[in-house]
Structure formats: structure tokens, C-alpha cells
Design a protein around this ligand. Structure first.
Ligand SMILES: [Zn+2]
Length: 274
């Protein structure tokens, strides 16, 4: 089936509009952040370097191929961080848009190296799923683009250690809403963790129910790898349950099948006790 992409004009208008929203919502300061949208299988429009996302004009945007070749540009080059976007598109052809910003609460978690993976917030679980934290690499480097690559199929966004947040989606609204959801999820995690000091995690069964809902919405990625009540009760889960894409064997994050197995194990133990 042929994919539907926005036309050049639609893509540019959308990027300018989302840039304004990102800036208005305090997700970026000064010239931070970048946005890109696919307009053909191998072509995107992207934000240039050195311009505030709150004050962008359509004629400043850059059109480029997924191999990095510039097709058309205004007075400014594309952002160095576009390497990250290109890598995401090349890893997963289903992705139609990528957004990157430095939302303060997400960035706080990224600086602390803490993934957003607690199964405590049902809406975030449906819209977003778990958000791993990618290890630090210099912003704008190819090494950072490469570090993001293992996550592009199984997640809907990542935190970038000591840097910010990156999200993607089938279109720009989906990618941007995931960025908003990520900041919301981070905010709620911060409130329950630091200020309120308590968060009741959802059970494996409740998480399964939410995963069912998200499947109904056509999401196949990102619902996995959440720390449920049973899993987060212990410091780390057993290594065999660790199946997430991250290379860190200590991370303890579980995929959907890991959670299902855990749920089965718990049910088995309860049966034995009765
Ligand atoms: Zn950045």
C-alpha cells in the first residue's frame, strides 16, 4: 500500500506551527530543539540550525534526503542534530516525523540517567509506553545518532542522557504529542517520587489490560518494558526477564512478554500458597 505523506507546503506549515507550540510550552530555550517530517519515502523537511523554534519561517526550512543530501535550503544549514533524525528514519521506515526538545522535567530525568518506565500512569502507558534513557554522547555527533538506533523500533521515544528528549511517530502530530506525553509522564513521576513520596504501581494484569487498549489503537511499539508493581517491588528483576533493546544488562526493564511471564509466575506462586 502506498504511504500518504503531507505535501511540501503542509509539511512546512506544520513544522512552523509545532515549533511555536514547543517554544510556548517551554520545551526549548533560545535555539534549542529540532523537528522533521517525511514528505516521501526518502525525503524530509527539517528545521535549520541557529533559529528559535518559536520564530521560524517556512523559507528557512531545509529539504533533504535520508542520506543527508540537501535538496533545498534557505540561508541556514540544517541542524547538526538532524543526524539523529536521519538515523531514526533509516532504522524504522514506518516513522514519518521526529521531534527533539529539552523539556525541563524530562531533561532532569535524563541528567539523572533515570528511564521513565514505572507502570504508574495509565494514559502515558497507552500513548507512549516506557521511555528508556540512552547513554550520553555529544549533541550533534554521529555517535549520538548511533546510540539512539537500537530503540527506534520498540519504543516511541527516548531520553538522551545529560541532554533532552527525542520522540517519533507516524506523523508530526503523533511525534509531538508523544513529546508532550513524555514531559507529562516525567512531571507525574517527579511529583509522586519526590514531592508526594509515594506511587502505587499498576499490577502486571492491569498493565496487560492497557496494552490490549493500545493494541486496539494500532500501536505496536512502546507498550513494553514497564516496571509493574510486582517488578518494582524488588530492586532488580531476574536477568532472564530482561529483554529490552538497551545494551545494559543491569537495567532490569522487562518487555511485554517478560511482564506476561512475571504475571504467570505470580499466579503460579499464589496457586501454590492456596
Ligand atoms: Zn538537543
Amino acid at each position: 500500500m502506498k504511504r500518504h505523506y503531507p505535501c511540501d507546503l503542509e509539511a512546512k506549515q506544520l513544522i512552523v506551527e509545532i515549533g511555536k507550540r514547543m517554544y510556548a510550552k517551554n520545551m526549548v530555550a533560545a535555539n534549542d530543539g529540532n523537528i522533521s517530517v517525511k514528505v516521501a519515502d526518502d525525503m524530509i523537511w527539517a528545521t535549520p540550525t541557529g533559529v528559535s523554534k518559536g520564530f521560524m519561517k517556512e523559507d528557512e526550512l531545509v529539504k533533504m534526503k535520508l542520506d543527508g543530501t540537501i535538496v533545498s535550503m534557505g540561508r541556514l544549514k540544517p541542524s547538526s542534530e538532524i543526524k539523529m533524525h536521519l538515523r531514526v528514519y533509516n532504522e524504522n521506515p514506518e516513522i514519518g516525523a521526529v521531534t527533539h526538545a529539552h523539556p525541563p522535567v524530562c531533561t532532569g530525568f535524563a541528567i539523572a540517567g533515570i528511564a521513565l518506565d514505572k507502570a504508574i500512569y495509565s494514559e502515558a502507558l497507552i500513548n507512549l509506553g516506557a521511555v528508556p534513557c540512552v547513554h550520553y554522547e555529544t549533541p550533534g555527533s554521529q555517535a549520538l545518532a548511533d546510540a539512539v538506533a537500537p530503540y527506534c523500533r520498540d519504543y516511541n521515544g527516548v531520553l538522551l542522557a545529560n541532554h533532552g528528549a527525542l520522540s517519533w511517530g507516524r506523523d508530526l502530530m503523533e511525534a509531538y504529542f508523544r513529546l508532550e506525553s513524555m514531559e507529562h509522564y516525567a512531571m507525574v513521576t517527579m511529583l509522586t517520587g519526590s514531592l508526594i513520596g509515594k506511587a502505587n504501581a499498576l499490577s502486571a494484569e492491569q498493565v496487560n489490560e492497557l496494552l490490549e487498549i493500545r493494541r486496539g489503537l494500532g500501536y505496536s511499539s512502546g507498550g513494553a518494558s514497564l516496571r509493574t508493581a510486582a517488578a518494582s517491588g524488588t530492586e532488580k528483576t531476574d536477568a532472564s526477564a530482561h529483554e529490552c533493546a538497551c545494551p545494559d544488562p543491569r537495567c532490569g526493564i522487562m518487555t511485554e512478554s517478560g511482564i506476561r511471564r512475571l504475571a504467570d509466575d505470580v499466579a503460579e506462586k499464589l496457586k501454590e500458597q492456596n
